[in-house]
Design a protein around this ligand. Structure first.
Ligand code: ADP
Length: 256
């Protein structure tokens, strides 16, 4: 076995998540996933698209450790995993700052440390000035920003997103997509993102993975060739539209 310290290049491409032949059969017999092979490396932002009920959330829950695969191998090479859900899951009686501090508080970080960290991540997501607001005083997009800030306090190496912007209007969603790309390029986490929107997938990701209907299998993968951070104008180019078209086609084929 080698004892040589990894080079910078090796660190940069560290595999953070590796699924080999993962199967998930729930008690009762529902087979949600079958034969899923997937890797996510540092520097990658991988988005999964697939029809409803094909096992996308299940895949993310296995990646987070909330659920255990019934067969195959799921290896997470970090315990710094962030998880953002479909709704912002903020505690209604806590202010933005108190919500953002929550995970650090549960990890028993000293008060001064978590206060500083919360201030930094609140600034990162553009919520400075709203620290004392309660969730109900915020828009849906701002609540999602607070949820992102809360996960960022743990400095995730692997960041899991379960369709976080699905309930937001298109303008808010586009601005959060740009925000997320900025966070990805500035804080260097690896992303695994679920969405129903193929254009959101192409815009955000370095790779798009297409799943079939249940039991969910990976039927196709597409590398996204555009530079990070993304130029918002790429959405209106022919190249972008062609890739969205190809992925949509693969999605329809896999649905059968
Ligand atoms: P998606 O996120 O793609 O919509 P899910 O991963 O939520 O799909 O679900 C995949 C399938 O597994 C669905 O048929 C769902 O009903 C089933 N399922 C999910 N969680 C459980 C569970 N805890 N027990 C039994 N069946 C489940």
């Amino acid at each position: 076995m080698s004892t040589v310290a990894p080079t910078d290049a090796a660190i940069d491409t560290k595999t953070l998540l590796s699924f080999r032949d993962v199967e998930m059969t729930f008690p009762g017999g529902t087979v949600a996933l079958r034969g899923v092979d997937l890797t996510v490396k540092r520097g990658e932002f991988v988005t999964v698209v697939g029809p409803s009920g094909c096992g996308k959330s299940t895949l993310l829950r296995i990646a987070s450790g909330l659920e255990t695969a019934s067969d195959g191998e799921a290896v997470m090479s970090t315990d710094r995993i962030g998880y953002v859900f479909q709704d912002a899951t903020l505690l209604p009686w806590r202010t933005v700052r108190e919500n953002v501090e929550l995970l650090a508080e549960l990890n028993e970080q000293p008060k001064a440390v978590r206060r500083k960290k919360a201030g930094e991540t609140i600034e990162l997501v553009g919520l400075t000035g709203f620290e004392s607001h309660l969730p109900r005083q915020l828009s849906g997009g701002m609540r999602m920003r607070a949820s992102l800030a809360r996960s960022l306090t743990l400095e995730p190496e692997l960041f899991l997103f379960d369709e976080p912007f699905g309930a937001l209007d298109e303008i808010t969603r586009e601005s959060l997509n740009d925000e997320l790309i900025r966070l990805f390029t500035e804080t260097h986490f690896a992303g695994l993102f679920i969405t129903h929107s193929v254009s959101e997938a192409v815009y955000l990701s370095t790779k798009v993975v297409v799943m079939s209907g249940r039991p969910g299998r990976i039927v196709d993968q597409f590398e996204v060739p555009f530079d990070m951070p993304r130029d918002p104008e790429i959405r209106y180019t022919g190249e972008f539209a062609r890739l969205v078209g190809e992925i949509s086609h693969a999605l329809r084929e896999g649905h059968h």
